[in-house]
Design a binder for this molecule. Sequence first.
Ligand code: ADP
Length: 656
Amino acid sequence: MTRLQHSQELLTLQSIFEGIDDAIFCHDLDMRITHWNPAAEQLFGYSHEEIIDESVYLLIPENRQQEKSDIMRDIIAGKRIGQFKTIRRTMAGVEIPVSITISPIRDPEGQVIGSSQIARSIIEENAAEEKQARLAAIVASSDDAIVGKSLQGIITSWNIGAENMFGYTEQEAIGQHISLLIPPDRLDEEDVIIENIRAGKKVDHFQTIRRTKGGQQLHISLTVSPILNKTGEIIGASKIARNITAQKEAERSIAKSMERMEILNSISKSINEDLDLQHILQKVTDATTRLIGADFGAFIYNQVDQAGESSWLYTISGAPKATFENFPIPRNTAVFQQTFSGEGVVRIDDITKDPRYGKNSPYFGMLEEYLQVVSYLAVPVFTHSGVVIGGLFFGHQEAGIFKKEHEDLVVTVASQAAVAIDNSRLFEEVKNLSDKKDEFIALASHELKTPLTSMSGFLQVLQRAVPDGTAKIFAEKALNQLAKLNELVNDLFDISKIQAGKLQLNFEPFDLSDLLDEVADTFEQAHTAYHLKMSADGELLVSGDKMRLEQVLTNLLGNAVKYAPEAKEITITAIRIGNEVHISVKDQGPGISIENQQQIFSQFYRVKEHERNTSGLGLGLYISKDIIDRHGGRIWVESTQGHGATFTFALPAFTN
Ligand code: ADP
């Protein structure tokens, strides 16, 4: 090498030394720094002037000085140490991780005279490594399946979560196509996902179904994001799958329970509103058949009538009733027997394999022939006193359809049905008794009327015939009492006519003010101690039965006298309001409580306090209401206790 070449080489080395990004510095065997490039200044903070001739130990934290001495031993022995990771200290005293390559410097004779060091800060590298380690730990410990795949769909990474979820080990999965996990009918989903990924879009919480190694279908929620390389290019996708099968199942079972609750509610509501036995049985049969998904259902019910005669009623759902037209009542078959003897529920997965099956031909023969029953469920229906009154029977063409939950549902409905059946029975009984009572009232009032009329005739003759004196007074009193008796019998007679729908009304148009005058006259003659105030306003023409409306008014005035004996003022108001005529009778008596106001228009209702000291059957207002109703009108009472009562009836005004 010529001198020139040599000096050119030196210049080149010098410029590399100064231009390079790595810190380069040298020291002699006295550990004095001899060379220091600008990158070293950058990394450690010391300028060339500040550091040259200073000890290299300035750059070494105390606890690493031993390490440095060890290294020096190797260097002096002529060894090179590459990419040694350690800690160095800057001028500001900050310790930084560095990677250093240390080489011996030799003199022309080959003697080691010092060492050169190339140092690079590895702060960022360390941070990246740490981050990666952290991420890897998260991925490894996640219960979610985290899978990486290439844009071609080849699996590139597979965590423990994926292994647990899908059943494939890492070795089995990596390198396979992602379609390994996709059910055949969903394969095109992958195209859509990849299309999104290529476009740099994330697929978020996509709910779908994937397949495990064992072939089981899993409901999963999928999030797929693009994986970018350092230059921002999309090189694959990471997918996170969460198993939501349990959540889906919970949702499904909640929805199913809700639906069942609704059906149960509507069954109980609709059967409790019904008092007709056949209706109740049909509703229960239809609803339970639907509720448990049976092909067919039947309710067989043993009805015992008043005379103690028992007969069988049945309703069918899911099969035409004609199928059962000749169906013998299944009293003695082995299978039905268990239900009707109250032994409990019978649930059979496959009746054709049941030892009891076929023993009691033709019953099961019929079931099989017409309905092809295989799954069978029978639930007895008990009254509250524990007597079996019937059974609910269900069938399905397939085996093993009915489960414990279905049994429980039917048992619940059966107990509600029993209550409704009991109610309808009670209702029947009450209705029968009520019919008997009506018959009796009709007969009694009719039979009482004839002797009453003749008695009244004879008494009037007697009253006129006897001279003034005690006998005459008694005859008059007897006549008064007879009139009261007559009123009571008339009420009874009216009631029986109302009940039989035979209360005839003769409609004619007339002016109510005339009727009011007549009624007022009669009242004043009979009740001289009373002051009757009357006000009539406007056109009071109505179309109605004059006699019956008089009966209503007389009853209201009679009540005002009867129930407000201390208050001697009664007001009658008649007024035309729109298309109606309103007539009110107002007294100043004790009034009527709110509860009683709601009851007094019903049959035989009397306010308790009045029961003892006034006569009456609790029929007057009931009859009045019936008369007003049949005029197309309304009757009501307004009262504040202690401040009198106002009874008002409204009738449609007559217009021609
Ligand atoms: P009765 O008078 O035969 O008992 P009603 O049907 O005419 O039957 O009356 C029913 C009940 O209403 C009576 O028992 C009475 O307690 C109450 N009542 C009716 N009118 C009045 C009134 N003006 N003031 C207070 N209570 C009344």
